[in-house]
Design a protein around this ligand. Structure first.
Ligand code: NA7
Length: 535
């Protein structure tokens, strides 16, 4: 339990996903004594854990990749337009090897606590193994969808068959052949994994509590010509993304939904539908803020579902009625709705017949008993705050983060938490991370935080902590921006609504990546006026 001997690290970065790895690379390049800690046995973060069959990113591969190194982006070849988990994990490993990043990491080290010593101005970070590491700065790149939730269903521990979590899928893979499989959860993960299970299993039962909208992924290999074109204009593509709403080169149309003639409106929606979920989520500039515009888009999606599903009673169950389209993340699928036309697939609508219990051999609902050999949980995450709050975090004066955030999280630009000097959280609450291309977002986040670390070191500043009033103002601002949209009308994980007892408050900044980035630039360029910098 003794801290490592010798001088503290300059910076400890927790997490070896896209964000953490980039941070470690930049910190090491800047000559900082950096340590990376990672719970998993290797790099990859989200893409290390979520290796369920069918896992695929909804952002185009050429955008969902690092931009910081021109040689890297010129030399790597993405085979598919929308990369699947194995290729993304290969890419992350390639980057880690190319820049020799693994040597900075201790893997299999889940961080369970961190506390700030006021007198020494040093953080001590504790891991599950009982190791302690001291550092001047600590950066939590722990992910915003990385704290999986196992549902609280009576009898769940008694199930005697095979239990699988999409968020902790076994590395060696799984066979469903001849099995009766149940999938609980119909978010992105459940919607991606189910069609693959359906092809193999004897029977698949999907347990749906809330229906979601899903758009087919228009995946295909990149052509050689496309690859050449992208390489030739990669810089410009990135420049276009750096201040774009979702950190990709794509934007919504400029014309509001109802300002277009019906035929043009349909054509626009068809075009965006064919471009995938991310594009369909922003056909019109007003679709996420004006309910009439939203309903136009909704009706289009509903017709698509109806056209794919043979049995219209099943289609009825698959159509969401509880939220405006897009206010819960639109999913990306490969044959999800069509899967319900197979004879071996059935849908159980838990709004009509709730699960009463899990037994050793299956699931009993209010209406029936379904025998199962395998149960797959695709039940989501304690989003945005879960990863941080599962760590016992104590800041200045021993204040506990869990207590400070009891009424909802308060941050300044996401990075800074008042009372937690020299600690930064990445892609956190208060940022547009979950609404944007996470890779470019991660680069922006780490560049910003490491610039502040460098500023402190250059100026002999011992501690930097976000000012309370700035954090309150930023949090009020992000809530105000959210109130102007339809997002606050859904019981989504953006609102914390999927976690029992969690304060319901909108967590991401929804004003767009570009606007967010401008706030961050201004703060940095003005010498960090909203941070208390103490020498
Ligand atoms: P999501 O989108 O949070 O989906 C979780 C699903 O699990 C959702 O359909 C939930 O229904 C369902 N769920 C959770 N608990 C239960 C219980 N107790 N009983 C029945 N159903 C339950 O997580 P994903 O992993 O699919 O996707 C997360 C994000 O990752 C995604 O948005 C992308 O950004 C990538 P609910 O809606 O709560 O009624």
């Amino acid at each position: 339990m003794h801290p490592e001997q010798g001088s503290p690290f300059d910076v400890v970065i927790i997490g070896a996903g896209f964000a953490g790895l980039y941070g470690v690379h930049q910190a090491a390049k800047a000559g900082l004594n950096v340590l990376g800690l990672e719970a998993g046995e290797d790099v990859g973060g989200t893409w290390f854990w979520n290796r369920y069959p069918g896992a695929r990113c909804d952002v185009e591969s050429v955008d969902y990749s690092y931009s910081f190194d021109e040689e890297l982006q010129q030399s790597w070849t993405w085979t598919e337009r929308f990369a699947a988990q194995p290729e993304i994990l290969d890419y992350i490993n390639h980057v880690a090897d190319r820049f020799d990043l693994k040597r900075h990491y201790r893997f299999g080290q889940r961080v369970v606590g961190a506390s700030f010593d006021d007198a020494a101005a040093i953080w001590t970070v504790r891991t599950e193994r009982g190791d302690e590491f001291r550092s001047q700065f600590v950066i939590f790149a722990t992910g915003c969808l990385s704290a999986p939730i196992k549902p609280n269903i009576p009898g769940i521990e008694s199930f005697a068959g095979e239990e699988l979590f999409t968020a902790q899928w076994p590395e060696q893979g799984v066979s469903f052949e001849g099995k009766r499989v149940g999938v609980i959860g119909t978010g992105s993960s459940g919607i991606q994994v189910s069609p693959i299970i359906a092809r193999e299993a004897e029977a698949l039962t999907v347990f749906q509590r809330s229906a979601n909208f899903s758009v087919p992924v228009p995946n295909r290999p990149w052509t050689e010509q496309e690859q050449a074109d992208i390489r030739a204009t990669y810089r410009q593509r990135r420049e276009k993304s750096y201040y774009a709403g979702a950190a990709t080169p794509h934007a919504s149309l400029e014309t509001k939904a109802l300002d277009l003639a019906p035929a043009e409106r349909e054509a626009a929606m068809e075009d965006r539908w064919n471009g995938g979920g991310v594009l369909f989520n922003k056909v019109f500039p007003d679709q996420n803020s004006d309910i009439t515009a939203n309903q136009v888009v909704r009706e289009f999606a509903v017709a698509k579902i109806r056209a794919k599903v043979d049995d219209q009673a099943v289609a009825d169950d698959l159509i969401p009625y509880d939220h405006p389209i897009g206010t819960k993340r639109i999913c990306t699928d490969s044959g999800y709705y069509e899967m319900f036309n197979r004879p071996n697939v059935s849908l159980v609508n838990l709004r009509r017949e709730a699960i009463e219990e899990v037994t050793p051999t299956g699931i009993r609902t209010a209406e029936q008993f379904i025998e199962l050999d395998t149960l797959v949980y695709a039940t989501g995450f304690d989003a945005m705050t879960g990863a941080l709050l599962r760590i016992d975090l104590h800041g200045a004066d021993d204040a506990r983060l869990g207590d400070l955030w009891a009424d909802g999280p308060v941050t300044y630009l996401g990075f800074g938490i008042p009372g937690f000097p020299n600690m930064f959280s990445i892609n956190s609450v208060g940022t547009p991370s979950v609404m944007a291309n996470m890779v470019l977002h991660s680069e922006q986040q780490l560049d910003w935080v490491l610039a502040l670390v460098q500023h402190c070191r250059d100026k002999g500043i011992r501690t930097a902590a976000a000012r309370e009033e700035a954090a309150v103002k930023w949090t009020d601002h992000l809530l105000e921006v959210a109130e102007g949209t339809l997002f606050v009308k859904a019981n989504s994980w953006y609102m914390g609504a999927n976690v029992e007892g969690k304060k319901r408050v909108f967590m991401p900044y929804i004003g767009g990546f570009g606007n967010y980035r401008r706030y961050c630039d201004e703060e940095r360029d003005n010498g960090y006026p909203n941070f208390e910098l103490s020498v």
